[in-house]
Design a protein around this ligand. Structure first.
Ligand code: HEM
Length: 330
């Protein structure tokens, strides 16, 4: 279900760029007409979004009805509040449809974005073993080798945080952001922008502006450090999470989630190139494609035959660590 939704969203085209966005009445036209690929796509994939919206919500409702002692979730918590209010005669300022829609939005907006950023992080760490070692050294210094990193460690991991920021800058997931409509007539740089114009923010250009970022195609987390600390004093990137009052509501959740996963990865595994049949690392040049639909990064290598102790490109660190030996090499 999550994969179907990811597919439905990931390949649906640049946001707000279809004919239905411009002329909403066209959504009622037959989709065999010319230039109606996007309408056809929407109709084909609509059930994926509907399923994701309906099925987990109904399951959560059933659990609540059964009184089963389940793990808490957004839907579960909100429904409990909703029912409690209703029981006590307190008016609810949201209804069950609001809960259903909000829960689905969290999954739809937060799932692929966070997973894609994590994939990029792994790719950059693999491509830059020197930076990986530096981040690992930071985690080791702060966490030691007798436990796993915890939330409390995150503020003490400034370099690890910069690795994430540099990943955001290198690959903003929404290259042109999500268009916003201007709420009043405006003039920008001598250009008149009438009220209700769809305004795109060229996040890619902002993050790769050579007048702001030296060698913008280089993955270099140190660039944000002050010059006296060996950096280049460049500003942290903006725009990856959008702008203004519609800025991503999950940005802090995403950032903290990514940081704890990154710290755990750094603490527990070395991320190397996939190992070939000859047992040697096989560096590869990732292929990037921005076909206006999705960003894909393919290794071009089938799953490598891994020698004992190695699975793919993951190698467990610190076998001696006094931590629960989760099967983290899988
Ligand atoms: C690295 C991960 C993420 C990235 C890169 C990202 C990026 C974005 C961007 C670019 C927007 C559009 C903002 C705008 O209109 O200016 C957005 C909106 C949104 N995001 Fe995220 N997001 C991420 C994670 C999440 C998570 C984890 C959640 C859920 C908890 C989430 C929920 C939302 C929602 C609900 C909106 C719509 C906000 C609105 O229109 O008012 N996002 N996100």
């Amino acid at each position: 279900m999550a994969d179907d939704t990811a597919n439905a969203i990931g390949k649906s085209g640049a946001p707000a760029s279809s004919i239905m966005d411009r002329l909403p009445a066209t959504r009622y036209l037959p989709d065999w007409l010319p230039f109606m690929e996007r309408l056809r796509y929407a109709r084909t994939w609509c059930p994926a979004i509907e399923n994701l919206t309906r099925l987990p919500f109904e399951a959560s409702l059933r659990q609540l009805d059964s009184g089963a002692d389940t793990e808490s979730s957004f839907a579960h918590t909100r429904m409990t509040i909703w029912r409690e209010n209703a029981r006590m005669g307190v008016p609810n300022d949201f209804d069950l449809d609001d809960i259903k829609g909000a829960a689905a939005t969290i999954v739809i907006a937060g799932n692929v974005t966070t997973a894609a950023t994590l994939m990029l992080l792994v790719l950059y760490l693999m491509q830059h073993p020197d930076l990986q070692r530096k981040a690992q050294a930071e985690v080791d210094r702060v966490v030691g080798s007798d436990r796993l990193p915890s939330w409390a460690d995150i503020p003490s991991l400034p370099y690890t945080r910069l690795v994430l920021q540099e990943t955001y800058r290198m690959n903003p997931l929404s290259l042109l952001g999500i268009p916003h409509a201007s709420i009043a007539d405006d003039v920008y740089d001598g250009m008149f922008i009438p009220k209700r114009t769809a305004v795109y923010s060229n996040v890619w250009a902002m993050c790769h502006d050579e007048s702001v970022y030296a060698a913008p195609s280089r993955f270099w987390p140190e660039r944000y450090l002050p010059k006296e600390d060996g950096g280049n004093g460049e500003p942290l990137p903006v725009g990856n999470s959008g702008f203004g009052r519609r800025v991503c509501i999950g940005k802090h959740l995403a950032e903290n989630g990514l940081l704890i996963v990154l710290a755990l990865l750094l603490a527990t595994v070395d991320i190397d190139w996939p190992v070939g049949a000859d047992g040697k690392p096989q560096p590869f040049e990732p292929e990037w494609s921005f076909r206006g639909r999705q960003l894909s990064c393919r290794s071009g290598h089938p799953s490598p035959a891994a020698p004992p102790g190695r699975k793919g490109c993951w190698t467990a660190r610190y076998e001696h660590k006094n931590i629960a030996k989760g099967d983290y090499t899988k």
